[in-house]
Design a protein. Structure first.
Length: 236
């Protein structure tokens, strides 16, 4: 947390003014990129571990649970690039963040033994569809809202927001996971073999990762309503 307290202010000069206040227009586009990428990637990092330690899947099968997401992510990117989507881009981005939030929030349901494992693959496919809608659109909007001479600097700011959010949210999620008894795949396998369960992941440790990340994605859905400047009142 101390590192985040130093890191976040350090990049203020590299992001558009008003980014952390979700100011309408370009600052909100840059902020949304970070919220979307950070929340989703931080949550996705724990999906295979949850399936291995809590549902007994092999690492290979746990990885395959994310395979559908590659197809739906590409589908979302394709959809937002269609010409008909341009007038509805803001609504599509709000929808995309809601899909991301719902997928992340639904992921811990697989901790319940009678919930089929494949349901997580479907939920994650929905979340990846949302990511395809959002991330492609942020790049489009950034260039649309940037003056030609500012396009390079603003594109760099978009990538900084992405990377910074990934680092901060993944670190926060990992700290919460460890604090509530999160363990490793090796520890869980050792416990399953009849030895001490010390170090095996506690189900609650996954919940405290996924639910806060879903909340971050919901904040992103609100930020997605602020991507365009609203016209001011007409004067005579």
């Amino acid at each position: 947390m101390a590192g985040a307290a130093l890191l976040v202010p350090a990049v203020l000069g590299l992001l558009p003014r008003g980014t952390y206040r979700a100011r309408r227009g370009l600052p909100s586009v840059v902020l949304l990129r970070g919220l979307a990428a950070g929340s989703f990637i931080a949550a996705e990092s724990f999906v295979p571990l949850m399936l291995v330690t809590q549902r007994g899947l092999s690492p290979t099968l746990a990885g395959f649970s994310l395979a559908l997401g590659g197809l739906t992510w590409a589908g979302g990117s394709w959809l937002q690039a269609r010409g008909w989507a341009e007038p509805y881009r803001e609504r599509l981005m709000v929808l995309g963040m809601l899909l991301v939030a719902s997928a992340i929030a639904a992921a811990p349901a697989v901790l319940v033994p009678w919930v089929p494992v494949w349901s997580l693959a479907l939920a994650w496919g929905v979340g990846c569809l949302g990511m395809g809608l959002v991330l492609g659109s942020t790049s489009v909007l950034l260039l649309k809202l940037s003056a030609p001479e500012e396009a390079g600097a603003n594109s760099a700011a978009l990538q900084i927001s992405d990377a910074l959010a990934n680092v901060v949210l993944l670190a926060a999620g990992g700290a919460a996971f460890a604090a509530l008894g999160g363990g490793s795949v090796g520890a869980a396998a050792h416990a399953a073999g009849g030895a001490s369960a010390a170090g095996a992941s506690h189900p609650a440790a996954f919940v405290v990762v996924f639910l806060p990340m879903a909340a971050v994605a919901l904040v992103g859905a609100w930020v997605a309503t602020r991507l365009y400047e609203r016209p001011g009142p007409k004067t005579a």
